[in-house]
Ligand binder design. Structure first.
Ligand code: NI
Length: 241
């Protein structure tokens, strides 16, 4: 149930029986040689829209412009500052509150969004705001581990690419045909939430854009399983809000 495809009268009627909405959040940034620039936004959007249809909840337009400064040495990346992103989210939440929404669920696909979203949510203590990355649902995480293990890595993951293979298209692996540089456990821990260095250094360290992820393991069969599992997990978590 996309709110952008509803009329105001439909939203008015919805608000008489529900006060919740789902907002997908992603990014517009390089995702390696076989990943779409919009991967994070496209994955979050697919999961949000399918959940909205399943449980009858409105889904707001996807936030695809977000902070991704570390990827600015790769063409196609569009990054906005954390302060602009926080202002944008603040004004979106304020608009929704104005109309009577009281439960706002951000389903996220990009690590660097988490801290700013959490920060903004603390400025609305009277509203029920939930922020979850789809990859972090336990059931989704087991699927990722079972299918890709350590090769899931951190960026341009086979999981997210599997999903965009279902929703959009399959790209030939190109340079991603070879396994990427394997990450150490301490690197993963230190860089959680996309805490990467400056763009030049990041590109030098990960020249093809993959960060420990063997994108070429992606396949649409797993992609469909990931979508179904994430939709079930999001539906359950939204309804528990
Ligand atoms: Ni991504």
């Amino acid at each position: 149930m996309r709110i952008d495809l509803a009329t105001w009268q439909e939203v008015d009627a919805y608000l008489k029986k529900s006060d919740g909405i789902i907002i997908p959040v992603g990014s517009t940034e390089q995702h390696g040689p076989m990943g779409l620039i919009g991967t994070d936004a496209l994955c979050a959007e697919k999961i949000a829209n399918a959940t909205g249809e399943k449980i009858g909840v409105y889904v707001a337009p996807t936030l695809a412009y977000t902070p991704a400064p570390f990827n600015m040495s790769f063409p196609g990346t569009i990054s906005i500052s954390v302060s602009l992103f926080q202002s944008l989210v603040t004004e979106i939440i304020s608009s929704l509150i104005h109309h009577g929404f009281k439960r706002i669920y951000f389903i996220n696909g990009h690590g660097a969004n988490l801290e700013p979203l959490r920060h903004v949510s603390t400025t609305f203590p009277d509203i029920n705001i939930r922020i979850r990355s789809w990859v972090d649902f336990e059931s989704v995480n087991s699927l990722r581990q079972n299918n890709f293990g350590d090769w899931e890595g951190m960026h341009a993951t086979p999981s997210e690419i599997s999903i965009t293979q279902v929703t959009h298209k399959v790209l030939p692996p190109g340079d991603a045909v070879k396994p990427p540089k394997k990450l150490s456990a301490s690197f993963i821990k230190k860089h959680a939430g996309d805490r990467h260095g400056p763009p030049d250094q990041h590109r030098k360290q990960f020249p093809d854009g993959r960060v420990g992820s063997h994108s070429a393991l992606a396949n649409s069969k797993v992609g469909q399983q990931l979508i179904n599992t994430a939709v079930n997990a999001l539906s359950e978590d939204y309804l528990a809000m």
